[in-house]
Design a binder for this molecule. Structure first.
Ligand SMILES: Cc1cc2nc3c(=O)[nH]c(=O)nc-3n(C[C@H](O)[C@H](O)[C@H](O)COP(=O)(O)OP(=O)(O)OC[C@H]3O[C@@H](n4cnc5c(N)ncnc54)[C@H](O)[C@@H]3O)c2cc1C
Length: 586
């Protein structure tokens, strides 16, 4: 028996209200002024995402985009048409503020921090993952223009790319990948020619998401005579239309027939002498684009935690509404253990992602600690690869949690599973991101910066009841430091093999430190929930055990507190954490 009304009622509750951990995170990350500015918007986007946008997303995915190469007169138009449901969702989401507040003065003459737009984006992406790609591309294009564009590009394009009004908005795009390589961007062959006082581009792009729709595309191309490799690449803005309104010389050959993100077009296209404007120093195109890549990696991580949260919401709603063998599925201890596991993992990932965003905001504000840019540098690739993999695992688990209908397209898990699978691939595969971490170690000495940050944060004042967890964590950080030295002594090839286990541990320790801080805040407010989340997480990840073993004792009784946010005092939490703490290496 599946109680249809109960399932529907549970899934359509605002994504903001279903997620008290995110509400607390927003209060803590934004600070009072920005939180006051964002509060109503978070409420409104959360409610729209779980109802209207979730419905529009279903239609937009069932009716994927179409390529229209010619008009009825036989002239080339190279346009991509999306379903009106996608268009409506795009209009409402952009206007609700998933991009523009970051680029326009909205509060006392200040632009919103990334934490605001990413907070709104996290809620939106729980409704629709495919469209979050154009959101990322549009924000990234605006960011590149803000940082590197000249006054003319800013006046003509940044104002449009960052417009709060959908009818005036120019969506962005980012084209690097060619048939010669996506990871190996330096192999790109698209050429930039400077003739008669203007630049034109010539060549093919093999994966061009939002092609045909984007009106301001950020493209890497090699100026004639420039050296081979990434160093020779320039960054160009290619407008969809020329200044006189005629179409630019861009041919769209095909739409990719994709496993997921089907609502959004990914194209194969050619520039056949397309008018282009250089963005920043044409000799530094790759390093400019690399900054956008880092931003899009954070977008990827936000999409990942959003996908996970939606899958947890769905699985919870299903387990609460489904009866099997005479009992609610949610009441079986095995199911509770799985829901605790997924809730704790998602919460740890969510905190880590918003830590990376907080650091990005601090670095951009100019008021940051010397260590912050190094932390952003090392955390971004780690956060991206870790959360992407977790998203695939969580969506796959959710499909199983639904039983047979979890395999049926009318329900959410199949689409979110298909959408999740792109997250470890685009914006850099895991191997490519790990090599990026190694580059950061070698060039900027980012490893010690990360360990130094963990050490400094562990030294902060804590409620006495949480002190044993700190001791266990400090031991592990010291061990990670020894491993960093051992890594440095390996051959270059061996380092590429061992870097993943170092990064995996570093991710877990950083997450544990964030959970410890959150447990301390909870504790001081009279709640033991944070301590329970921390204890479950550390039992699983800081001792050699599986989730099933970790939750096999008293911890499964923490289901109400961890998953449903039922009140629990620090004293009650300490009692439930006895076994977990005893297992902790001190
Ligand atoms: C749906 C979708 C949309 C996309 N949209 C865009 C877009 O809009 N713009 C854009 O520019 N790109 C886009 N891409 C392309 C995407 O970014 C690339 O596919 C991705 O970066 C991987 O590059 P690749 O396909 O060349 O794979 P490859 O580089 O060929 O990688 C193949 C495998 O080899 C491994 N590998 C490669 N080099 C190394 C190495 N040195 N050491 C160890 N392992 C290695 C990789 O980890 C991977 O597992 C999109 C891709 C998809 C799937």
């Amino acid at each position: 028996m599946l109680d249809h009304a109960a399932y529907t009622e549970a899934t359509r509750r605002s994504y903001f209200h279903q997620d008290p951990a995110f509400q607390a995170l927003m209060r803590q990350t934004l600070g009072p002024a920005w939180h006051a500015w964002a509060a109503e918007r978070l409420e409104s986007v959360g409610a729209l995402a779980s109802t209207r946008w979730a419905d529009l997303a279903v239609v937009a995915n069932e009716q994927p985009p179409r390529l229209r190469t010619h008009d009825r007169w036989g002239d080339r138009i190279d346009r991509v048409e999306v379903h009106p449901a996608y268009e409506q969702l795009a209009k409402e989401a952009y206007e609700a503020g998933v991009v523009w507040p970051r680029f326009n003065p909205v509060l006392d003459g200040r632009q919103a921090p990334w934490s605001v737009v990413f907070g709104l984006g996290y809620l939106m992406a729980q409704a629709e993952q495919g469209f979050f790609c154009p959101v990322c591309l549009t924000a990234g294009t605006a960011w590149l223009l803000e940082r590197f564009g000249d006054d003319r590009l800013k006046a003509e394009y940044l104002t449009r790319v960052a417009s709060p009004n959908y009818d005036e908005l120019y969506e962005g795009a980012m084209f690097l990948t060619e048939r010669t390589g996506g990871s190996d961007v330096g192999a790109a062959t698209t050429e930039a020619r400077f003739e008669n006082g203007q630049w034109t581009l010539w060549g093919d792009k093999w994966f061009a998401s939002n092609g045909g729709r984007a009106r301001a595309m950020m493209v890497l191309a090699r100026p004639q005579g420039a050296p081979a490799g990434t160093r020779g690449l320039g960054l160009f803005l290619v407008p969809r239309e020329r200044p006189d309104g005629s179409p630019n010389a861009i041919r769209i050959h095909r739409l990719k027939d994709k496993l997921g993100t089907r609502s959004m077009p990914s194209t194969e296209l050619s520039f056949e002498g397309a008018l282009a404007y250089p963005v920043g120093d044409v000799a530094k195109g790759f390093s400019h684009m690399a900054e956008m890549l880092n931003l899009s990696r954070i977008y990827n991580a936000v999409a990942s935690v959003a996908n996970m949260r939606r899958m947890i919401n769905e699985a919870l709603a299903f387990a609460g509404a489904r009866t099997a063998f005479g009992a609610r599925v949610e009441d079986y201890p095995m199911v509770r253990a799985q829901l605790i596991e997924r809730t704790v993992e998602q919460e740890a990932d969510l905190r880590l992602v918003f830590e990376a965003i907080r650091l990005l905001d601090r670095v951009e504000s100019g008021e940051h600690a010397p260590r912050d840019p190094l932390l952003t540098r090392v955390l971004t690739p780690m956060v991206k690869y870790h959360t992407a993999r977790e998203a695939v695992d969580t969506a796959s688990w959710a499909a199983e949690a639904f039983g047979g209908i979890g395999y049926i397209e009318e329900w959410a898990p199949p689409r979110f599973l298909r959408d999740a699978q792109v997250l470890p691939i685009w914006e850099g595969t895991t191997n490519i991101l790990l090599m990026d971490v190694l580059r950061g170690f070698a060039k900027e000495n980012t490893g010690p910066a990360l360990l130094g940050e963990l050490g400094a944060r562990l030294a902060a004042e804590l409620p006495a009841g949480l002190a044993p967890w700190r001791t266990a964590l400090a031991t592990q950080v010291a061990d990670l430091e020894r491993h960093l030295l051992a890594l440095a002594n390996l051959s270059e090839a061996d380092r590429t093999v061992h870097i993943k286990s170092w990064c995996d541990r570093a991710v877990r320790l950083y997450q544990a430190v964030l959970l410890l801080e959150s447990a301390a805040r909870d504790w001081e407010a009279g709640s033991g929930r944070g301590a329970l989340v921390l204890g479950a997480f550390m039992r699983r990840h800081l001792t050699p055990t599986t989730w099933r073993e970790a939750l096999g004792g008293t911890l499964v009784e923490a289901y109400g507190a961890i998953v449903e946010h039922a009140p629990v005092t620090p004293t009650e939490a300490v009692a439930q954490l006895r076994e977990a703490l005893a297992a902790m290496p001190q």
